[in-house]
Design a protein around this ligand. Structure first.
Ligand code: C2E
Ligand code: CA
Ligand code: CA
Ligand code: CA
Length: 276
């Protein structure tokens, strides 16, 4: 038992060392990533479930580091948060999305929204409202073209402050979307409280469709509840035609996933965008 204990302690510290090293190495590079122009947004199409036309894009950040290669957002965003670098990354994402929206509008591409992911910490910071307002103004983009994706957990802490920020952001015409719905500590009270425009059914409930009866029940329930509350419902992680047809059949409003397109650079996604 003693040996086992020592091994366990040892493994724990090796893991911790690796995590620490990851943080130090990535953190040091990440500080330079924005000034060096290493961040990029990729865009994934979101389609109207009935008409199957692109109604929106989700912007997903990419980090192409010359030293580290492509670092996935799931790995560097938590580090950016821990090191206090997230305000810069988050600000860059919002501003870049607005810049791109402007460029597309100038090229005659209009009538779709761009959704950006905003982290819990970002949402708590007092300057988030000004950041969104400034980026929209700087690039001359109407608020209704922009959408903010938040997670359930980001609505849980500092509720009053977050609610105030979201109300101010909504007043700019920006839409609010609740991401990964069903995976967090959902409280149905949030749905009432935050005047959301869209719920996104998490990929984990879409994966088992159409065969898995539990997933089907969950998807139906989320859609019915969303519609009762006049909130549009989108599904993420749609990978097959069967999933798409099933979701459309049970009234899901919008579909997103590899079946319709992977996240791609702006220049590649452009051909799929509606013209004004
Ligand atoms: P998310 O917001 O849930 O984004 C969806 C993720 O699922 C993306 O991964 C996307 O590439 C992937 N995906 C889309 N369709 C499919 C599909 O059909 N099948 C499968 N297996 N996967 C699919 P990605 O780009 O690696 O992003 C991971 C997460 O990182 C995002 O999850 C989001 O939470 C976070 N993230 C990405 N960009 C940003 C950002 O600019 N700011 C913040 N705060 N978080 C971001
Ligand atoms: Ca998202
Ligand atoms: Ca999501
Ligand atoms: Ca998800």
């Amino acid at each position: 038992a003693k040996r086992q204990g020592r091994d366990a302690a040892c493994m724990f510290s090796v893991e911790q060392m690796q995590e620490l090293e990851d943080r130090l190495v990535l953190g040091a590079r990440l500080r330079e990533a924005i000034p060096r122009g290493e961040l990029e947004l990729h865009y994934q199409p979101i389609l109207d479930a009935g008409r199957r036309v692109v109604t929106g894009l989700e912007a997903l950040v990419r980090w192409n580091s010359p030293e580290l290669g492509r670092v996935p957002p799931g790995r560097f965003i938590p580090i950016a948060e821990a090191l206090g670098l997230m305000p810069e990354v988050g600000l860059w994402v919002i501003d870049e999305a607005c810049r791109q929206l402007r460029a597309w509008e100038d090229a005659g591409l209009d009538g779709f929204t761009v959704a950006v992911n905003v982290s819990a910490l970002q949402l708590q910071r007092p300057d988030i409202v000004r950041q969104v307002r400034d980026s929209l103004a700087r690039h001359g983009v109407p608020g209704r073209r922009l959408e903010i994706e938040l997670t359930e957990s980001s609505l849980m802490e500092h509720v009053d402050r977050v609610q105030g920020h979201l109300a101010d952001i909504k007043a700019l015409g920006v839409r609010l979307s609740l991401d990964d719905f069903g995976t967090g500590y959902s409280s149905l009270a949030y749905l009432k409280q935050f005047s959301l425009d869209r719920l996104k059914i998490d990929r984990s409930f879409v994966m088992g469709l159409p065969g898995n009866a539990d997933d089907a029940a969950i998807a139906r329930t989320i859609i019915a509840m969303g519609h009762q509350l006049r909130i549009a419902v989108a599904a993420e992680g749609v990978e097959t035609a069967e999933q798409a047809d099933f979701l459309a059949g049970i009234g899901c409003d919008e579909l997103q996933g590899y079946h319709f397109g992977r996240p791609a650079p702006a220049a590649e996604i452009q051909a799929r965008l509606p013209r004004a």
